[in-house]
Design a protein around this ligand. Structure first.
Ligand SMILES: CC(C)(COP(=O)(O)OP(=O)(O)OC[C@H]1O[C@@H](n2cnc3c(N)ncnc32)[C@H](O)[C@@H]1OP(=O)(O)O)[C@@H](O)C(=O)NCCC(=O)NCCS
Length: 176
């Protein structure tokens, strides 16, 4: 399964991505915006165990992002369980050399359409740490709505932060 728009391709993760993933992900400017499950420092072994877990998925919910044929980052959907099984949490990161080229915006739009049309998802949501303006801008450009603030809910790097919650509803169900 591949999703494409111009020079941006979402495609299955491969074990061969390990070296580049480790290089790009080993960056505190990335890890500071993600949960602590995303390690820092990020080693080649971290990359290999992540890729072993998520390559060969069916249906695929974790994609590699290629830009001009180069592996540039990841984008994923984590499916909700039980009564939340029509919801999915979106997550993404790009290596720093690829920032501010519109790649995340295109990748979010591609995976959103896939979630609605192929996975039957109704609601896509995520939480963004209060200082991550770039990610909030990405979601706003993609038509996500700010739903609220989880005040002081995040403990990251020994400080307490607000989490800003965003969601986008499948237009079939979005009554405004
Ligand atoms: C967030 C991230 C995915 C954005 O990827 P990207 O491909 O650079 O995003 P885009 O180019 O599509 O859009 C970025 C937007 O944010 C804006 N932006 C970037 N840095 C900014 C900043 N410090 N303050 C305000 N706006 C900023 C850009 O100008 C652009 O908006 P514009 O098109 O209106 O000019 C990337 O920075 C990243 O991987 N960050 C680390 C991991 C992360 O934060 N993941 C998301 C966790 S919720």
């Amino acid at each position: 399964m591949e999703l494409k728009s111009g020079n941006i391709l979402l495609r299955p993760l491969r074990l061969a991505d390990a070296e580049r993933l480790a290089e790009l992900a080993n960056n505190e400017k990335i890890s500071v915006n993600l949960r602590d499950g995303f390690p820092h420092p990020y080693t080649l072994d971290d990359a290999k165990s992540f890729l072993q877990r998520f390559s060969g998925q069916e249906p695929i919910t974790f994609f590699g992002i290629d830009y001009n044929g180069e592996y540039a980052g990841n984008i994923s959907l984590v499916m909700g369980q039980d009564i939340y099984r029509k919801s999915a949490e979106i997550g993404y990161f790009l290596g720093e050399p690829y920032w501010n080229k519109g790649i995340a915006t295109t990748a979010v739009n591609l995976i959103t359409e896939y979630a609605y049309n192929k996975l039957g998802i109704i609601r896509i949501h995520t939480g963004i740490f209060e200082y991550n303006t770039a990610s909030m801008r990405v979601l706003e450009k993609c038509g996500f709505k700010k739903e609220g603030v989880f005040s002081k809910s995040v403990f990251k790097q020994n400080n307490i932060w607000d989490e800003i919650r965003y969601a986008k509803i499948n237009p079939i169900f979005d009554k405004g």
